[in-house]
Design a protein around this ligand. Structure first.
Ligand code: SF4
Length: 476
């Protein structure tokens, strides 16, 4: 053999082609005849095809050590998110909420039930703990319940953080996740002044949104208030990008993705994140009524993505968020900050959540599991434990040791591994242990099917689709 094979993973992609990928996310499609020649050392090392393979560092005729050094540089770039450690800090000022979403995952409290409101002492200790993180970027995201139900606590945490940051000098951002219905102009002016972005939920047109996310007060029209307040927020802010929205797919959403996308466009959003239901809280408890097989989500997702691509072809700029982040991994050497799909998993090391009582969990889903009495992913409490005890303790080490998909069974040889991630919280919740079992793992089925579909679209070599995909990839 005139060339040296370097480590790669492969899979038969369709009747004719194989897909090859390596640890740094480079990929190439080879016709089956070329693939067999290649692995048997029979490919002409002066052919264009071999040059293509070598440019991806899947084989080489050069000094192997030099190529490995180049791969190491690319690998460090892909994993650069690890350098900063935890930058996303989610804080729950209260569990009170005025909605009663059918898939609620947090055991919300009624509006007059103050049992799960955060105290100032806990809030102060949370901010202190957050600023112990070595990350130069600190994003504090208010979760709930609906955090706008305790806006005074939100303000207290924002101002305490800004005070701490006078000394710590981090790049500090805030986001509040709210259904918008309780926001008034003064609150929005405050959020604008303190550069706190607004993230909301929109499940689709009125009938669907109100079915998935009814308000507790049945006399109020959730969708109408949402629309009115969205306009008010954009008016105060002076532009549309101050508020982003997320959708959740319930059983009622299946078959309605075009309607949902149209509603996002009607309301002036230029992106959507087509998101499936996660198996926590009511979504797990009332599975029969609101959940669905993952295959149904994938087929709806593909239809939705095709529709979005068609809209873009007609001149709209409208992004599907999940595809955009996967494409960045597939087409560029850069890291993406999406906590849910990292290796090692982002749990605790990219994001963490601070509950109303000061308990710290490795992710929002871990907090949801605790509502149903599973406390495995609780790192400690800011009122009792130091930062080091929580973020560098045995529990954190144990979790991360089970959260690198480079060495998880099933993932280690998966051709899609460089673009995918590990999720020990989901594995424990769904399959009873942190490693999980890939052939029946719902997250694996979804991610694999969607990455494969994106590769199918790339494989079409349609210049219009390529232009659209590249336009979705944000610069670093
Ligand atoms: S979770 Fe599934 S798709 Fe992702 S790397 Fe593992 S086997 Fe592949």
């Amino acid at each position: 053999m005139a060339y040296q094979l370097l480590p790669f993973r492969f899979e038969r992609f369709n009747e004719e082609d194989y897909l090859l990928t390596n640890d740094v996310g480079e990929y190439i499609f080879l016709h089956q005849d070329d693939f067999h020649k290649f692995v048997n050392g029979e490919l002409d090392e002066h052919s264009d095809l071999f040059y293509d393979i070598a440019s991806k560092q899947i084989a080489t005729t050069d000094n192997v050590d030099d190529v490995v050094a180049m791969l190491a540089t690319k690998f460090r770039t892909k994993k650069s998110i690890l350098r900063d450690f935890t930058s996303l800090h989610m804080v729950v000022p209260t569990l009170r909420c005025n909605s009663s979403c059918i898939y609620c995952q947090v055991a919300r409290k009624n509006m007059d039930d103050h049992e799960a409101d955060m105290t100032k002492e806990t809030a102060k200790n949370i901010v202190k703990t957050i600023f112990e993180s070595p990350s130069p970027f600190i994003k504090i995201e208010f979760q709930g319940g609906d955090p706008s139900t305790d806006f005074e606590m939100v303000k207290y945490i924002i101002e305490e953080s800004e005070w701490q940051n006078l000394f710590k000098k981090r790049h500090l951002d805030f986001v509040i996740c709210t259904n918008l219905t309780l926001l008034n102009e003064d609150m929005v002016k405050y959020l604008k002044k303190h550069k706190c972005d607004i993230s909301t939920s929109l499940d689709g047109p009125k009938d669907l949104h109100d079915m998935n996310r009814p308000l507790q007060n049945k006399e109020l029209d959730h969708h109408a208030i949402f629309e009115k307040n969205l306009a008010m927020i954009r008016n105060v802010w002076g532009h549309k990008d101050c508020a982003s929205a997320l959708m959740t797919t319930s059983k009622h959403s299946l078959g309605r993705f075009k309607d949902i996308i149209d509603e996002y466009i009607r309301l002036g959003f230029n992106n959507i994140f087509l998101r499936n239901l996660n198996p926590y809280g009511f979504a797990k408890q009332y599975k029969e009524k609101i959940a669905y097989p993952v295959e149904d989500f994938v087929s709806n997702y593909k239809e939705g993505l095709d529709y979005i691509i068609e809209l873009n072809k007609k001149g709209a700029y409208f992004v599907e968020g999940f595809a955009a982040l996967l494409l960045k991994r597939m087409l560029t050497p850069f890291a993406t900050g999406f906590v849910d799909l990292q290796s090692p998993a982002g749990v605790g090391i990219a994001g963490a959540i601070y509950d109303y009582d000061g308990s710290v969990y490795v992710s929002d889903e871990a907090r949801m599991m605790a509502r149903f009495k599973n406390y495995y992913f609780r790192l400690g409490n800011v009122n009792e434990n130091t930062y080091q005890e929580m973020f560098n303790g045995d529990k954190m080490h144990e979790i991360i040791a089970s959260a690198c998909n480079e060495c998880l069974p099933g993932c280690s040889h998966c051709v899609y591994q460089p673009y995918c991630g590990a999720d020990p919280v989901r594995n424990l919740s769904e399959q009873g242990d942190m490693i999980g079992y890939r052939p029946t793992n719902e997250m694996c089925k979804k991610t694999k099917a969607i990455i494969k579909y994106l590769f199918e679209l790339i494989r079409l070599h349609d210049p219009e689709i390529n232009r659209i995909f590249w336009s979705w990839i944000k610069p670093c």
